[in-house]
Design a protein around this ligand. Sequence first.
Ligand SMILES: Cc1cc2nc3c(=O)[nH]c(=O)nc-3n(C[C@H](O)[C@H](O)[C@H](O)COP(=O)(O)O)c2cc1C
Length: 324
Amino acid sequence: MKTRITELFGIQHPILQGGMHYVGFAEMAAAVSNAGGLGIITGLTQKSPADLANEIARCKDMTDKPFGVNLTFLPVVNQPDYPGMVKAIIEGGVKVVETAGNNPQSVLPYLKDAGIKVIHKCTSVRHSLKAQAIGCDAVSVDGFECGGHPGEDDVPNFILLPRAADELEIPFVASGGMADGRSLVAALSLGADGMNMGTRFIATKEAPVHDNVKQALVAASELDTRLVMRPLRNTERVLTNKAVERLLEKERTLGSAIKFEDIAPEVAGVYPRILQDGEMDAGAWSCGMVAGLIHDIPSCQELIDRIMAEAEAIIRQRLAGMLD
Ligand SMILES: Cc1cc2nc3c(=O)[nH]c(=O)nc-3n(C[C@H](O)[C@H](O)[C@H](O)COP(=O)(O)O)c2cc1C
């Protein structure tokens, strides 16, 4: 399949793997890229620019296909060394950067000068237009269904994607709730040039996470996510568990007086305990409603091949058949 996204990134299939904290290691990115999609290393999971440079080098040892690095701009006091990370990305010869969180304007000139394509992930049409205006090459439009941070507008993809298509000139991928060939065809129909998946890629053989995490995704339904940190205007969609229920109880009790410190035990530093050690009740971790569509743990190659075959069958048989 050829779309503006496959052309822009030089990839075989219009399928991206979004940056994921403590999931987007070299193994994950290389597996997706080797399967014809675009794998993405999560920059901030690496503790320093030197570690990121090492992770990029490891990924290059595992694939000769294009892959990207995610740079998430966080609303935190102690800012990570973004200039150092950008340097590691440029010197590592990375071809694509996925930015997310705040406006990526401060790093954009350096990335563009190095010939790197930038796709900014955003949850609204206005932020997508801003990304286009500042010179991003593409956007990843992340609907309310998504795992991670859906923003505060709560617009699901059935509305958000056609709205983005009406306004944008640069290509975009649909993100949030994407799992299979049906998702891809729907995304293309709504105006996207591909799709970005997060949660679905965690339940794959190569995802470098504890097996408990993969089994939890297979067991979960579309009813099992919760929105946390809404009172802090830092909403995150997570898989429910004991820690999440405790966190939500604090939000109910403390109301608008709640501060980050109140919920730090449930959210700060919990990712390695959950994703690497498999302590499934250790805290809140991002997960999309798409968990309800995840029933197995294929390899990335099997998953992407299946998506492409299903998408083609839907277009050539189901949809074309309706016109006969
Ligand atoms: C466990 C997990 C961690 C994530 N961490 C990040 C992150 O660090 N930076 C980022 O931009 N997006 C992050 N995301 C969001 C994904 O890149 C992607 O936008 C989202 O998962 C899409 O929705 P889906 O899960 O329904 O496919 C994360 C998602 C998950 C599930």
